[in-house]
Write a protein that binds this ligand. Sequence first.
Ligand code: 9G3
Length: 578
Amino acid sequence: MRQQNLLMPTLREVPSDAEAVSHRLMLRAGLIRPLAAGVYTYLPLGRRALRKAEAIVREEMDRIGAQEVLLPAMQPAELWRESGRYGVYGPELVRLRDRHDREFALGPTHEEVVTALVRDEISSYRKLPLTVYQIQTKFRDERRPRYGLLRGREFLMKDAYSFDTDWEGLDATYRVMYEAYHRIFTRCGLIYRAVEADAGAIGGEGETHEFMALAEIGEDTVVACSGCDYAANLEKAEAAVSQQAQAGADEGAAPPLERWHTPDIRTIAQLTELLGPEASRLMKTLLYVADGKPVAVMVRGADEVNEVKVQRYLGAEQLELADAETVQTVTGAPVGFAGPVGLSVPLLVDREAAALSEGIAGANERDYHYRHVRPGRDFALAHTGDFREVRLGDRCVRCGEPLTLYRGIEVGHVFKLGTKYSTALGARVAGVSGTEQDVIMGCYGIGVSRLLSAVLEQHHDEQGIVWPLSLAPFYAHILPVSITDNAQRELAEELYNRLQSLGVEALLDDREERPGVKFKDADLIGLPVRLVVGKRAGERVVEYKERQAPEAESLAVEEAIRRVLELVKPSASFVGVK
Ligand code: 9G3
């Protein structure tokens, strides 16, 4: 490709509304342009990199025998009504009416569509197991699209769906898909972790894992053990129970409950300040509304409530913090004085808080707390469990070693769905014995466009993008220092033609620009290797520099070509995999 013609509008200035480094780089290097919030145009460089990511995904899906299909984006609302999800998703589900006023959704995912396909086309167990996949644009009207392709409203996803006749079959399919995901993310040059996850609204009856690319900008938090391979999304992660909680509340009698006048002490911080070392005995009670019903959750003062764990325990569809008015109504006191004693709503107590022999808690009365609150004596321990958020300093539930926490970008998510959709939509097969049975499903997603952003979050430096070979839009960047110098232009053209004919995708910077501009742009778009044709063109000597090498090397053009092939060939041919 000749750069003079290439549609690659680079920017010197960093767009102010782009907070993520990958978003800034994609805008500056001319990979994407915004059309609307969370809606992007892929310019040639961005499209080429996206195609490389697709090719890797496609190859690994084909390798495990998944069959590529292309499902419609326009989905009849009836399907979503049959699955019961039409009402579950609010404004995030893009809805439209066709010319006959029939209701449709623009597909955010395709469980309903693909289950209906299997229902209509497959009736015998002999056709199973079956896995189909697509690489297709999804629509989710995010309230706050941000960080460029990291959270868009229209994005590219590979979504696969598996259909088995029994759970053992699903377990096998899941494992094969899981391994394929490892190959995909490794080939994309990502640093990532597979973590145990929470199935969230998709439901499903089995395990689920997320593939998290490590990046500070990531919206997810990963908990990983330093001593074993335990790793989980913070939403689901659990820590070892503390010694004290293991020992259980010591049976020693606690002093009697004592009301304590605490005028205008409303926050845990103020209480912690006031209590000094006694703050370790703080009992923090928060009021929530779960599917419209108030519920209280108590954790120790220094802990945070893990709302996903609470929601899962309650089996609630919706869970949100109670507003001030509800707190007043339920506890009889304004926010800041809620406590477990005398509560009229269900109380979930984290096992670490339940293990306190005595504690300080709100008295459910303005300006009053209780001291010497004893779990089990002063309030019932009807619901104790793991309701706290894991935090730094906790120990691994498996091996007891310290846990570490870091930010991650969810680039993949695999689920064992079970029969949630096949039962709802009637996808059944006649089993071996002729009995009808609902097919057992799994679903497996990769955010292909999000993957590009995750790669750039991990592969850049001060000067710009540093493409991993596998995703680079071009491999070799040929820069004649002066395009008006005949010797330089001719040698650059020769290099360009020879590399192209050797199957190395090359970009020739044939612009009449100052050398400094060419070098800056080359560093910004970050192709793997740069070949500069300068003053020594007459001797057929060029400068060879890999994007991350500190220095360039002067090489005879034949040697330079050999080095490019050595660097690029193994990854340039997708067809054969070693
Ligand atoms: C919706 C809307 C947003 C959604 C969903 C449905 C996420 C929804 C979960 C999944 C599960 C898997 C197959 C590929 C891998 C992920 N956001 N999910 O179901 F209507 Cl508006 O998509 N689907």
